[in-house]
Design a protein. Structure first.
Length: 169
């Protein structure tokens, strides 16, 4: 190991994508956590429009599909992740309700007031929490839901090295 200092911008994003593509989830979370969060949301029915933003390979997308009757559009920047999601949806016979799309969470192609549920597990940080919430809100139907998880500090005492790394990322 070298003594040179590196930050997240020095890493090869293709290598990172490849590494994480073999995992069911590209961030923290679990099937149980997704189901628990989903239990607080009501009025999701067969005609509900759901979007999973920053879906990765779709670990939570599949859980959403198995636990709701709605139609799900799952969006991620990386084609390999979307291919894996669509393959898994087909293997589980969910392809009629789950569609993976290559795209960006800050350039959505939905109508105003179209979505019943906006879901994003551990991905909103990519565009910033406030920016994401403000932008996504216009696509949400009146009475719709937004469910996000976000990295959070639980203490005011933060190790400088970790704090600096996080701020640079």
């Amino acid at each position: 190991m070298s003594d040179e200092e590196h930050n997240i911008h020095d890493f090869d994003i293709a290598l990172i994508r490849e590494y994480f593509s073999s995992m069911d989830r590209q961030g923290p979370g679990s099937q149980e956590a997704t189901i628990k969060a989903l239990s607080f949301i009501d009025n999701i029915h067969e005609k509900s429009n759901i979007v999973d933003l920053g879906c990765g390979t779709g670990g939570q997308t599949i859980v959403l599909a198995q636990n709701t009757p709605g139609n799900i559009t799952a969006i991620d920047l990386f084609p390999g992740y979307i291919d894996k999601l669509n393959d898994n949806a087909q293997k589980l016979n969910l392809q009629s309700r789950v569609k993976g799309v290559i795209g960006s969470m800050d350039k959505l192609d939905f109508q105003l007031n179209e979505l019943d549920l906006i879901w994003s597990e551990g991905a909103i940080y990519n565009i910033g929490f406030e920016k994401g919430m403000n932008y996504w809100n216009k696509f949400l139907k009146k009475g719709g839901y937004v469910a996000v998880t976000e990295a959070s500090w639980f203490t005011e005492e933060r190790p400088k090295e970790i704090f600096d790394f996080w701020n640079e990322a």
